[in-house]
Design a protein around this ligand. Structure first.
Ligand code: HPA
Length: 250
């Protein structure tokens, strides 16, 4: 069965992986998916803002994307997020392994369980991010000579605006470590469809109020991005569908 890589800002292809573009329609809309060819036919790839970064975070069709991935037979997703760092424990340009989230998004289509004819379902979120894939990320990062910081809590905001300094102080007090605009509802939509979900965040700036003005790191993190994608592919290859247990539905 194929496994999926979900990419965000700065991740528009999988280096060294030849893919075929597919447009997949379902009841939620259209998803642009890239299916690996040849030795990479076990990987599918989706870049959530589109190849030309034209879809803002609040306009991404999360349900169409996640349903299309599910319909390709995928049971495991490794996802990546560009984020702002809100604590010194998660420095800019070094990878953060996500273990939990705080969801401040609103107004998004954020569940598959909203149709009367479908039975009620509540996805269990005690461990939102697959512990098996997260552990593999930690182990393999060493071999890839990549520095990772485990245990990050992701704060999901609606965007597209950045936060105010007071909001960032609030998120710090709530225990958030990194802030971004897209991990929710992706992580729990995948869980609703019975898929396991691991995630890595790449801080590309210090969040609002931590320096005079937000400055995004320049293009010189391409090497970090490539290393991160290779690490994620390796994690998918070192785990199986059977190793990972998706969240329960209650
Ligand atoms: N805030 C929210 N989303 C982000 C940021 C940020 O500082 N940086 C990258 N994505």
């Amino acid at each position: 069965m194929p496994a999926a890589i979900l990419g965000g800002t700065g991740i528009y292809n999988l280096p060294g992986v030849e893919v075929e573009a597919k447009e997949i329609s379902n009841e939620y809309g259209i998803a642009q998916i890239f299916v690996g060819k040849g030795e990479h036919d076990d990987v599918v790839f989706l870049t959530r803002h589109g190849k030309d970064h034209s879809t803002p975070p609040h306009k991404v069709n999360y349900r169409a994307n996640i349903k299309a991935i599910k319909d390709l037979g995928v049971k495991r997703i490794m996802s990546t997020y560009a984020v702002g760092s809100i604590t010194a424990d998660y420095p800019v340009s070094e990878l953060a392994i996500l273990r939990d989230f705080l969801d401040f998004t609103s107004g998004r289509e954020s569940t598959f369980f909203d149709q009367i004819e479908r039975s009620v379902g509540h996805v269990e979120m005690s461990e939102p991010f697959c512990p098996v894939m997260s552990q593999q990320l930690v182990q393999l990062a060493d071999q890839h000579q990549i520095k990772v910081h485990d245990g990050a809590t992701y704060v999901a905001t609606n965007g597209p605006r950045f936060e105010s300094p007071a909001e960032i102080r609030m998120y710090q007090q709530l225990g958030g470590h990194v802030v971004g605009m897209t991990c929710c509802p992706e992580v729990y939509l995948a869980g609703e469809l019975g898929m396991s979900f691991g995630a890595v965040a790449l801080p590309i700036n210090l969040a609002a109020g931590l320096e005079d003005k937000i400055t995004l790191v320049a293009g010189d993190i391409d090497e970090v991005r490539i290393g991160m994608v290779n690490l994620m592919i390796d994690v998918l290859r070192h785990t199986t569908d059977e190793d990972c247990t998706p969240p329960l539905l209650l």
